[in-house]
Write a protein that binds this ligand. Structure first.
Ligand code: GLC
Length: 501
């Protein structure tokens, strides 16, 4: 066989293998129906009281479905100054929010990239983490509110809402114990502890006694509330708008969503708590589903060998958040990295490197390939995929041939498409469970979304729409769903929580 023939042969085999991998990433209409049914089942069981002896979040077949203790929706007329702290996937944000009472707000914001050692080092203690958060809060206060900072004994309290975007067993609006870390943290001594107490203690040690954390919330709940505030939800009928905010969700480093459930259905809340709430006129409570943990047993989730490897070999929480590991920004690049390494092992790609050891260091480093790189590859239409070539060189120091790049682009598109298709499952399931598409006049609903993937990944929202039309709500249901980007959810949402506290 001539060199050219051999080359052609390898290219054809590579293309065939890639097609068969892409095939494993497709989510069919039948699969969507099956997954949506199972999602509704898992939500229902998650609302039931925990089986005896079980702790929240350890059972794989039910969704955590965490009561948030937030029982109302803002309508845009709320007012006041609040502080908000937000520990999420990659950043710790401190902000002050002035709610102007007319659906608008003014925000002062300081974003801190979480230092690597807090994420990677297993020996880091809770105290070190929360001391860091308190220090950064002090820096914020000194910069934006110097008179309050220099007067720590002043009388007036500054109310703070704490957005803590990890699974928490919430015990009241202002307390909750960490069930487990997700999205990279691995500090074992935080588990089981009340994160509000840990943070408040460190704020006091830092001399920030005037700051009082009055509400603990999840980023999805914040997104939902801030979306309601911005859209003036309860006034919407008066303004001629007939759509209703129903879901708050995040598609970023992680993924999760919340919605309002009838208090009567939240059987896991002690009966006296339910009765008291209902007696005081409350009918609904926001539930943080923690849908990242949907189907941790992989009974129905589409699963490839790469998903198994990432979960078992590379993630910090093996066996948990398996839905998230197929969807969110933290994992999209890692899926591609695993596939490329596998294709190389099978002699189909990057043959200039004779062995695994010779591969560029960055390609061998878990989680080195970011979803941002995939977003460039996704839409590259340059000749010979030059953009892709540069992106891979820059991010992984990885030289590629045009044929390899063509295959890598196919893989990227299959990975992102599966992610977007899977996002339609919880959305459809919640809309069906709450019967939202058949309520009110036209049954139009709003889904407030936040997170880097839904906001910036090219074509992601349009793929979500395709998937919603294929899901059990069908094209008629899909037309009633308005996906809206809710910016600054965790800041404004935490302020709104602090306000009701
Ligand atoms: C992870 C967390 C969840 C959070 C989501 C989005 O899934 O467990 O609490 O809402 O990421 O940030």
């Amino acid at each position: 066989m001539s060199f050219d023939e051999l080359h052609k042969n390898i290219a054809e085999t590579l293309s065939k293998e890639v097609d068969s991998i892409c095939q494993q990433f497709t989510v069919t209409e039948t699969k969507m129906q099956e997954l949506t049914d199972y999602f509704i089942e898992s939500m229902n069981s998650g609302l039931e009281p925990l089986p005896e002896g079980e702790t929240e979040g350890t059972q794989s077949s039910r969704l955590p479905m965490i009561p948030s203790y937030v029982t109302g929706k803002p309508n845009g007329t709320e007012k006041g100054l609040f502080l908000a702290a937000d520990l999420g996937g990659t950043n710790f944000r401190v902000c002050s929010v002035v709610l102007n009472g007319d659906q608008t707000f003014t925000l002062k914001n300081m974003k801190n990239k979480i230092p690597e050692y807090l994420l990677d080092d297993e020996n880091v203690s809770s105290e070190e983490l929360f001391a860091y958060l308190a220090k950064r809060t002090g820096v914020f206060l000194k910069r934006y509110y110097p008179t309050i900072f220099s007067n720590p004994d002043g009388e007036e309290e500054l109310k703070m809402g704490f957005t803590f975007s990890y699974p928490v067993n919430q015990t009241s609006l202002c307390s909750g114990t960490l069930i487990r870390w997700t999205k990279g943290f691995n500090i074992s001594d935080t588990i089981g502890k009340d994160v509000v107490q840990l943070f408040q203690e460190q704020l006091e040690k830092e001399g920030l006694k005037r700051i009082k954390i009055v509400a603990l919330t999840n980023d999805t709940v914040g997104t939902f509330l801030s979306h309601c505030y911005g859209s003036g939800s309860s006034n919407s009928l008066a303004s001629g708008d007939v759509s209703e905010p129903v879901i708050g969700c995040i598609f970023g480093t992680g993924t999760n969503g919340c919605y309002m459930e009838e208090i009567e259905n939240i059987k896991k809340l002690p009966q006296d708590v339910r009765e008291k709430l209902i007696a005081s006129g409350k009918t609904h409570m926001i539930i943080n589903t923690e849908w990242g943990s949907f189907d941790n047993e992989c009974r129905h989730l589409p699963t490839t060998q790469y998903d198994i490897d990432i979960d078992q070999k590379f993630s910090t929480n093996p066996g948990f958040h398996l839905f998230e590991k197929r969807i969110s920004g933290m994992y999209l690049g890692e899926i591609l990295r695993n596939i490329i390494v596998d294709l190389h092992k099978r002699g189909l790609i990057l043959n200039q490197y004779r062995s695994y050891n010779q591969l560029p260091h960055r390609l061998k480093t878990p989680f080195e390939l970011s979803s941002e790189v995939l977003s460039h590859i996704e839409i590259d239409d340059s000749t010979g995929l030059r953009e892709t070539e540069l992106s891979l060189l820059q991010s992984l120091r990885l030289p590629t041939s045009p044929i390899e790049r063509e295959q890598i682009q196919k893989l990227v598109r299959a990975i992102s498409r599966r992610s977007a298709y899977l996002t339609a499952i919880p959305i459809a399931a919640i809309l069906i469970k709450t019967n939202s598409l058949h309520k009110r006049y036209h049954g139009e609903v709003e889904v407030g979304c936040d997170g880097s993937v839904v906001e910036y990944y090219p074509g992601f929202r349009s793929m979500m729409r395709h998937a919603l039309a294929l899901s059990p709500i069908g094209p008629d249901g899909e037309r009633k769903v308005h996906l809206r980007i809710a910016k600054d959810g965790s800041g404004v949402g935490a302020a709104l929580c602090a306000l009701v506290a």
